[in-house]
Design a protein around this ligand. Structure first.
Ligand SMILES: [Fe+2]
Length: 301
């Protein structure tokens, strides 16, 4: 870890995910790292939780009653996770309206530590070009390697990047698939370190499965990637749905960890763009406009 902690006020003021609420043992202190700071949290297993900067008198594993805690950090329970902030966060986290739909399966597919910056991980999530090569015979297959023209916009009103009309041939788009199909994607980047993907549901063509990646920045070059699923699937057990996503992510992890440099260069000339990188270019520009410096190599001014 670098000797100086995060100085980036934009990033300090964001909400950051720490853990899937369902996976937190109730009533005892848990520890993690956020932006190079040790952070403790507790859940009572009944929908209440608290987060604070770790203190020696409350070591990990010790029992604690939420009602007795003072000096806590901001907290939000959303999309199945505990979120906090080290600065002054906005009142609301970005919306995912589908999360409230009663017939969906809502799962944390996995929380996985990865030696990469959060922005590099977001860019990989946005990139369809790697599907046939990295997720061979699942999310892509030769000869269907072309990334077709798609649209990218920065929604000023919602302050997020949206890529639409993304189409890709997928041999096995999800656990509910019965064969190959042209799958439609919509990508949202509503938070510098979070992305929400919508893809055609194999069982209901009028609706979309939702897969999100919420990155917890441990430091500038390490994340914990929390993978949220909110899908239509009445057949498969949780563990089967989770395993599918874990397989995909297991294929991405070595690719992510081999990225160089690990922090994302924001200078438009740093890496040669191709058409498939349209969403990546918009994302880099948006990070520059926001003034994000953590996890990136800012463009020279
Ligand atoms: Fe991937």
């Amino acid at each position: 870890m670098s000797p100086t902690k995060c100085q980036d006020q934009v990033v300090l003021d964001l909400w950051h995910p720490l853990a899937a609420v369902d996976e937190v043992p109730a009533g005892t202190v848990q520890e993690t790292v956020l932006l190079e700071e040790r952070i403790s949290y507790v859940s009572d297993g009944e929908g209440n939780a608290a987060v604070w900067r770790s203190r020696p008198e409350l070591p990990a594993g010790s029992p604690v009653d939420i009602g007795t805690l003072g000096g806590c950090l901001p907290i939000k329970l959303a999309y199945g996770y505990i979120w906090t902030s080290l600065g002054t966060p906005p009142a609301e986290l970005f919306p995912i309206p589908e999360y409230a739909e009663a017939d969906r399966r809502r799962l944390n597919a996995a929380t996985i530590g990865v030696n990469v910056s959060a922005p590099r991980a977001i860019e990989n999530f946005l990139d369809m070009g790697h599907f046939p090569y990295v997720h061979t015979d699942i999310l892509g297959a030769e000869p269907h390697t072309e990334v077709k023209e798609y649209d990218v916009e920065l929604s000023v009103e919602r302050d997020e990047i949206v890529a639409t009309r993304c189409r890709f041939f997928q041999p096995m788009a999800s656990t509910a698939s019965t064969g190959g199909a042209d799958v439609e994607y919509i990508y949202r980047v509503p938070h510098p370190y979070c992305s929400v993907l919508y893809k055609s549901s194999p069982i209901d063509e009028s609706r979309l499965d939702v897969i999100a990646v919420f990155l917890q920045p441990v430091d500038q070059e390490h994340v914990r990637a929390h993978m949220m699923l909110c899908v239509l699937d009445e057949e498969n057990e949780d563990k089967v749905i989770k395993r599918f996503q874990q397989t995909i992510f297991g294929q991405d992890k070595p690719i992510l960890e081999n990225q160089f440099p690990k922090r994302l260069p924001l200078d438009p000339r740093a890496e040669t763009p191709i058409r498939a990188d349209k969403s990546a270019i918009a994302y880099r520009r948006w990070l520059s406009q926001k003034g994000v410096t953590y996890g990136v190599i800012p463009a020279a001014t």
